[in-house]
Design a protein around this ligand. Structure first.
Ligand code: FAD
Length: 356
């Protein structure tokens, strides 16, 4: 049996970023990425909200976590580092400025919701998060949106968050990995990875490595004995609309749990977890966008559009970047922050792996 240095299970943003970091830190190591799909980078990372938003660092099961505020601060620190690394990588990968925007915003439909979120945000401000809290008229002006048919009470701008297409980023990572001699095997579904560097594929083939890193996102829920990942489905509808008609940064609605993101000549409207399993989800996303961006509603209705759904790899209490057993590591559980955390989590996972 051919022995490999490192096997990465899962070719999404977490797996590709981890492999990329390892090629830089351990040049010459033999690395294989095993991806169950027909192409890497087409899981939850494909058409998500595309926001790199450390501002949203919070454990998923806030009420079920001991020290939720501490986990949020820790996640924020990792996300803030990641945010800088992703921007640097996007520059280095040549991802064009027209696909990227600086800043993200959050809007609130009630004072109570705004006050509740402010408490969460102040916890992160203590770690360096910058926020600009604005009343309704000013937030709408800053976002260049008018005639809004949603009862917005106020908003917050996060000037250090940014947006960019994870899909192009994954494609660039794949190219870098191939240049570095990493093998990316598709249609390679792992059925067990139980430590001691042994990985079994669904076909019965067994692979052996010095180190195995589990990055299979929501797919880990089906792998026995691995970190507890709770998949949570999300949805997006992407409209083809020239960029000059779009808001100047991504907008998250705290109440509707819907975000709109300008991405070059596209507007992506993505839906949060609480609207899971709703049969009319895409219509709801569109109805929301028409109300938020009323002056371009006819353009949105007429625009070519594409729908997408995937599962976020949630873990209750923050990302799982851990050594699970000798030779077995995980970099997963990034939930609603997987794009945001990708580069920073890969760096942290590589630190851990290279310590052995
Ligand atoms: C609607 C929506 C909007 C989102 N918006 C944002 C956002 O704006 N900002 C942000 O930071 N995050 C966002 N996220 C979250 C983010 O997309 C995910 O956290 C991130 O993509 C997870 O990356 P991953 O690599 O862990 O998982 P994935 O991208 O799903 O990759 C896992 C890969 O592993 C493969 N795999 C699974 N099982 C196996 C197996 N047994 N063997 C081999 N391979 C396997 C899969 O095919 C897949 O390619 C959003 C998610 C959704 C759904």
């Amino acid at each position: 049996m051919e022995k490999t240095d490192i096997i990465i299970v899962g070719g999404g943003i977490a797996g590709l970023s981890t492999a990329y970091e390892l090629t830089r830190r351990r040049p010459g190591a033999s690395i294989i990425v095993l991806e169950s799909g027909t192409r890497a980078g087409e899981g939850a990372s494909w058409a998500n909200g595309s926001m790199v938003h450390p501002s949203q660092a919070t454990p998923w099961a806030e009420s079920g976590c001991e020290n939720a505020a501490g986990i949020a601060r820790e996640t924020y620190r990792l996300a803030a580092r990641s945010c800088v690394l992703i921007a640097q990588n996007m520059d280095a990968f040549g991802i064009e400025p027209r696909h990227r925007r600086q800043g993200c915003a959050k809007i609130y439909q009630s004072r109570a919701a705004m006050d509740a979120d402010m408490e969460r945000l102040l916890n992160l401000v203590s770690e360096g998060l910058r926020i600009e809290v604005l009343p309704r008229a000013q937030i709408l002006k800053r976002l260049s949106i008018a005639d809004v048919q949603i009862p917005i009470k106020g908003g917050v701008i996060f000037p250090d968050d940014h947006t960019g297409p994870p899909r192009y980023y994954c494609a660039a990572l794949l190219e870098k990995l191939r240049d570095a001699g990493v093998k990316v095997r598709v249609n390679a579904k792992v059925s067990s990875a139980a430590g001691a560097g042994r990985v079994t594929l669904q076909t019965g083939e067994i692979l052996q490595a010095e180190t195995v890193v589990l990055c299979a996102g929501a797919g880990l829920a089906d792998l026995p004995g691995n970190p507890v990942i709770k998949p949570v489905r999300g949805y997006s509808r992407t409209f083809d609309v020239p960029s000059e008609f779009l808001p100047n940064m991504a907008i998250m609605d705290d109440t509707a749990h819907i975000s709109v993101t300008p991405l070059g000549d596209h507007l992506r409207v993505s839906g949060g977890a609480d609207i899971d399993t709703d049969a009319g989800i895409y219509d709801r996303l569109e109805t929301y966008a028409l109300a938020l961006l009323a002056p371009i509603k006819d353009r949105l209705r007429a625009a070519p559009k594409s729908d997408w759904t995937a599962q976020r790899p949630m873990s209750d209490c923050g990302p799982v970047i851990a050594r699970l057993a000798p030779g077995l590591f995980a970099n997963t559980g990034h939930g609603h922050m997987g794009w945001t955390l990708s580069a920073g989590a890969a760096e942290a996972a590589a630190d851990l792996i290279l310590r052995g």
